[in-house]
Design a protein. Structure first.
Length: 63
């Protein structure tokens, strides 16, 4: 994946870095890297989904 950053000569470096960070956030590059850092077994994924679903039901029941 290529990130092309266009800036003018003499532009403030802080502004250019801010644009760079925004482009990275929009590209979801960081999320993909974190997602592939460790392997999660399918059974663990199902367990996590069940826990998340129970939590959502608990929150909606108490509202």
């Amino acid at each position: 994946m290529n990130l092309i950053l266009k800036y003018k000569k003499g532009e403030d470096i802080d502004k250019v870095l801010k644009m760079y960070r925004q482009k990275i956030d929009k590209s979801y590059l960081i999320k993909e890297v974190k997602k592939h850092q460790e392997y999660i077994k399918p059974s663990q994924k199902r367990r996590n989904n069940l826990i998340q679903a129970r939590y959502k039901q608990f929150i909606q029941a108490n509202i």
